[in-house]
Design a binder for this molecule. Structure first.
Ligand SMILES: Nc1ncnc2c1ncn2[C@@H]1O[C@H](COP(=O)(O)OP(=O)(O)OP(=O)(O)O)[C@@H](O)[C@H]1O
Ligand SMILES: [Mg+2]
Length: 241
């Protein structure tokens, strides 16, 4: 099962959600491969400050095979660093297949593969969508988020021409300030507008913000949305409690 976290809008919580989803599944005994497809390498840095050169995504574009780095018993990580950025500018149609081919060759070793993507609709995001069974879309409670969503949904439709299995697992409203009237109104509006696609919200909280500094997940903050996501992805029966 390959799950891509995507939104070309920056700072909506892709990396934070990817990091927590990896832990949520791993804590339930699933073997997870986390893949950092963003040259900013935020996911990599949240997991570790010691990156094995042999685990770098860059290798995929140099016709080499990366070896995922072990983070814990149930978590492996394909790391990123800024050197990957040059491949975003290279125009080589074959590059779009490289991630998918690699992940297909290791998929049997994992119960789920979770991919974090950069804030654009370039090579790395498209490659991640071409590889995925499901896409999870984090948004924040702003009007820009809703406007940008149209472009992302159109891109997902285009990718489907080459990846029929791709489905939207759902939209997560992140960093919601539930104590303001505006926050409550936006939540209501999004719930209505996206109905079944809407997975729920994650509150704005200092604890979520601290994750990156502390290198420690706060899975509780995400539990409700992730439970719903788990049912959609693995089905009711396979939910592990
Ligand atoms: N629920 C939350 N409450 C408060 N802060 C949050 C929450 N979720 C994420 N943040 C903070 O918001 C910022 C952006 O989050 P994150 O890096 O996960 O977004 P992103 O979509 O991956 O960004 P980019 O597009 O740059 O990759 C970070 O500082 C993060 O700690
Ligand atoms: Mg990010």
């Amino acid at each position: 099962m390959i799950i891509t976290i995507a939104n070309q809008k920056g700072g909506v919580g892709k990396t934070t959600i990817a990091y927590h989803l990896v832990h949520y599944f791993a804590l339930k005994g699933r073997k997870i491969l986390a893949v950092d497809m963003d040259p900013q390498a935020n996911l990599t840095q949240t997991f570790t400050n010691k990156v094995n050169e042999s685990s770098l995504v860059t290798l995929l574009y140099q016709r080499k095979r990366p070896i995922p780095q072990k983070i814990s018993d149930n978590i492996d990580l394909l790391c990123n660093d800024i050197t990957t950025a040059i491949y975003e500018r290279r125009i080589n149609p074959l590059d779009y297949e490289k991630l998918k081919n690699y992940l297909n060759s290791v998929a049997s070793l994992y119960n789920a593969i979770i991919i974090d993507t950069p804030p654009n609709l370039g090579l790395f995001c498209i490659s991640a969508l071409l590889s995925a069974d499901y896409v999870v879309i984090p948004i924040d409670a702003s009007i820009y988020s809703l406007r940008g969503l149209g472009d992302l949904l159109a891109t997902i439709d285009e990718v489907r021409e080459n990846n029929e299995k791709l489905r939207i697992a759902g939209i997560i409203l992140n960093q919601l300030n539930v104590r303001t009237i505006v926050g409550q109104e936006v939540e209501k509006e999004i719930r209505k507008r996206f109905s079944k696609l809407y997975l729920g919200f994650v509150k704005q909280s200092v604890r979520a913000r601290e994750t990156a500094f502390m290198r420690r997940p706060n899975v509780k903050l995400y539990e409700e949305v992730f439970k719903e996501l788990e049912v959609r992805i693995f089905g009711e029966k396979e939910r592990l409690d």
